[in-house]
Design a protein around this ligand. Structure first.
Ligand SMILES: CC(C)(COP(=O)(O)OP(=O)(O)OC[C@H]1O[C@@H](n2cnc3c(N)ncnc32)[C@H](O)[C@@H]1OP(=O)(O)O)[C@@H](O)C(=O)NCCC(=O)NCCS
Length: 153
């Protein structure tokens, strides 16, 4: 398993992975994914012999990103790395792929991100709490859903 920079040719596969997990990550199209990757400080894929097993996208502070969750951190913290989205393909889960992707982005701290807590995204909540992320707030979303906001300090 190799962690490498996301390339333009990867975007359709990354988009499919994102859209396969809309209960957990935000709905986007190819134009929006391309824009987010342009804003990103890291856009990485986990590559298993040419197959994309997962991806992560992070942003620095002070970008034009219009996500309400990013804005929540922008209003409260000065210098952090925002993890916008991470997905590991179902067939590659519980094999340490997300752990490898996080190892590649946690050099800059704090790392800020949100996880759905109502209804709960149990795998992601467990992953992040086990990795040392601390809940620092909550942000209601549309349709009665709520995210818990996390920081790795
Ligand atoms: C959350 C997610 C990224 C984890 O990816 P992963 O590659 O399976 O995670 P790892 O294999 O690195 O797991 C590391 C540790 O996290 C915890 N963990 C991960 N998945 C878990 C699960 N389903 N249940 C309980 N604990 C879990 C475990 O402690 C695990 O260590 P272990 O396997 O030795 O017990 C993956 O489940 C996923 O892509 N889910 C759908 C999209 C999503 O929810 N993204 C996050 C949005 S906030």
């Amino acid at each position: 398993m190799k962690i490498r920079a996301m390339e333009t040719a990867d975007l359709p596969v990354v988009l499919d992975l994102n859209q396969s997990e809309l209960a957990s990550v935000g709905d986007i199209d190819l134009d929006r994914l391309t824009w987010i990757v342009e804003l990103a400080d890291h856009a990485l894929v986990a590559d298993e012999d040419g197959q994309i097993a997962g991806f992560v996208i992070t942003l620095a502070t002070g970008t034009a990103y219009d996500s309400a969750n990013y804005r929540w951190f922008e209003e409260r913290y000065d210098d952090y790395r925002y993890l916008d989205r991470v997905v590991v393909s179902a067939q590659f889960r519980r094999r340490g792929v997300a752990s490898l992707l996080y190892d590649a982005i946690e050099d800059k701290r704090p790392v800020a991100l949100e996880v759905n807590s109502i209804p709960p995204n149990v795998p992601s909540l467990t992953f992040h709490v086990n990795r040392g992320y601390e809940a620092v707030g909550e942000l209601p979303q549309t349709a009665g859903k709520t995210c818990t906001m996390f920081l790795l300090r």
